[in-house]
Write a protein of this length. Structure first.
Length: 150
């Protein structure tokens, strides 16, 4: 395959559609936790706001300033984030990292759909942007639960 064909595959119509239709793309007013993560190599940023009730995400908002791959990843997460536990978010984060770095399978239910990002495995400079949303959400959940216990 040529470099141009690889890029076309990488930025598929499905990825571009996900990036264009991101759920929960509004910041929350007075969230229990708010975390901003930045990918140093490309400058992508994701800010996550959330509330946790009974160990599950009850409210969620995100502000995503990233490439189409980072946006698609945040959109996939946003489709399924409400009602999720910290363990589910961490499992999805770890599976996504293994998919990108080690050729593992994409995250499963309730975070299905990340297979669309499998072509990004070969683009290590995009991995940090793809990981931002799940990393920020995991950290925000930990902070919210700590604040709730304090």
């Amino acid at each position: 395959m040529t470099a141009e064909t690889d890029l076309i595959k990488l930025y598929s119509q499905r990825i571009l559609a996900l990036a264009a239709d991101m759920p929960l793309a509004e910041r929350l007013e007075a969230p229990m936790a708010s975390v901003k993560k930045r990918a140093p190599l490309c400058g992508s940023t994701v800010t996550v706001d959330l509330d946790v009730e009974d160990g599950r995400i009850s409210r969620f908002g995100q502000d995503v300033k990233a490439c189409a791959l980072g946006q698609a990843s945040a959109a996939l997460m946003g489709q399924n984030i409400l009602g999720r536990t910290q363990a589910e978010v961490e499992a999805a984060r770890d599976a996504l990292k293994a998919m990108l770095k080690d050729g593992g399978p994409p995250p499963g239910a309730p975070f299905a759909g990340y297979d669309v990002l499998e072509p990004a495995r070969d683009y290590k400079n995009r991995h940090a942007s793809i990981m931002l949303a799940l990393e920020a959400t995991s950290q925000a959940m930990a902070e919210a639960q700590q604040a709730d216990c304090a």
